[in-house]
Design a binder for this molecule. Structure first.
Ligand code: ATP
Length: 360
């Protein structure tokens, strides 16, 4: 068992609350990504878990026991950093063995564990080389082997692949996930890359300005962002300022329905894939003009100019016969309504139609 609990974890640097009352639980064997923009406090949170930073307030529990008074080397954690941190004068084998030597393990055990760790990361024959004889991706594999060989309860990773090119990043992240499942280790992975978080994590903790904004499985973070910040940060989202009067939302000169009555300003959030192209004569359709078309291989992204409220991003199938300047009619099939300090209201057109059919 290797569980992690953060209890109101807080770090203040002068006037800046880098991490502000973050509480969360990570289950045994779970892969948690901490995701957020630069400066949101994700590295500071990770460093407090690893013991490289002392909390100003709050606690870090591993398997129910507080570790905040322990230095990094006495915690059951191991960290992989963004920059390769291998010792250049040591061969790869010695780099991986170093932590075990400090623990004064018998020679035969060190030998076996180092060989196993190098095999796990796919570098069985690389032991005799020096770090400069390895590529960036290979060096990060060694850093991972060096962390795993210590058999920590919790593996901590701080943007470990951000110095690598896009293709290699994808390969290494898939490999990391395979290894993490294979050795069944609890992992905390910090990233500012939403695609990386969505593809890797069992759950994602989204941070903003030191606070935990949302903690959920990737599909829920994407489909049901609990705040405007998360809606804007994850994936592509159209955020449209609107005015609601009773059950009607007015966005520029276009209308939408709301399931509940409210009066005031709101923001309507619509994913591009939740907007469908319909015939011009469709009742309640929105009418706009295609301003810009971007070919993305299997589909096209269109920027549609909507009279009264500006731009709407939508996706068009490859087969759609539109060009820049074409008139287009659209219907939003699903959207979220955000009101100040309230959880969003999700609206699906099918559900709305069902509701109004029941009323009439
Ligand atoms: P990035 O992705 O850019 O690394 P981050 O989300 O990991 O960002 P942190 O490095 O945790 O953010 O920093 C959070 C805030 O705390 C920032 O405003 C940063 O300037 C501040 N900060 C971090 N470390 C220190 C420090 N040692 N002294 C003073 N301020 C710090």
């Amino acid at each position: 068992m290797s569980t992690l609990s953060l209890l109101q974890l807080t770090k203040q640097f002068g006037d800046v609350k880098a991490v502000n009352q973050v509480s969360l639980e990570v289950a045994d064997g779970e892969f948690l990504c901490i995701l957020g923009p630069s400066g949101c406090g994700k590295s500071t949170a990770l460093r407090m878990i690893g013991g490289f930073e002392m909390p100003s307030y709050g606690d870090v529990l591993i398997d129910g026991a507080s570790v905040v008074d322990l230095p990094p080397n006495r915690r059951p954690t191991a960290m992989v950093f963004q920059k390769y941190t291998l010792w250049p004068h040591m061969r790869i084998w010695e780099n991986v063995a170093f932590g075990l030597r400090l623990r004064r393990l018998p020679k035969d055990q060190i030998e076996r564990k180092v060989n196993d760790a190098l095999t796990l990361v796919g570098l069985t024959d690389y032991g005799p080389r020096f770090p400069t004889q390895l590529s960036g991706g290979e060096q990060q594999r060694v850093a991972l082997a060096r962390a795993l060989v210590l058999e920590p309860k919790i593996l901590l990773l701080d943007e470990p692949f951000s110095n690598l090119d896009a293709l290699l990043r994808v390969r290494l992240r898939e490999e990391l996930r395979r290894i993490q499942r294979q050795v069944h280790i609890t992992a905390i992975f910090v990233t500012h890359d939403q695609e990386e978080a969505l593809s890797l994590a069992d759950r994602i903790a989204v941070m903003n300005k030191g606070r935990l904004e949302q903690l959920d499985v990737p599909s829920a973070i994407y489909a049901n962002p609990r705040s405007l910040f998360v809606a804007d940060f994850i994936g592509t989202m159209n955020l449209l300022p609107a005015t609601q009067t009773d059950h009607t939302l007015q966005i520029g000169n276009q209308m939408l329905s709301a399931p509940d009555s409210f009066n005031g300003t709101v923001t309507v959030a619509i994913r591009p894939e939740d907007v469908v192209v319909v015939p011009e004569t469709t009742p309640d359709a929105w009418h706009g003009t295609i301003d810009h078309l971007i070919d993305l291989g299997h589909y096209r992204k269109a920027i549609v100019l909507m009279p009264g409220f500006g731009e709407l991003k939508v996706y068009l199938p490859k087969t759609a016969i539109f060009t820049e300047g074409s008139a287009i009619a659209l219907v939003a099939t699903c959207y979220l309504i955000y009101r100040a300090d309230q959880p969003p209201v999700e609206v699906s057109r099918a559900a709305m139609e069902q509701m109004s059919a029941q009323v009439t």
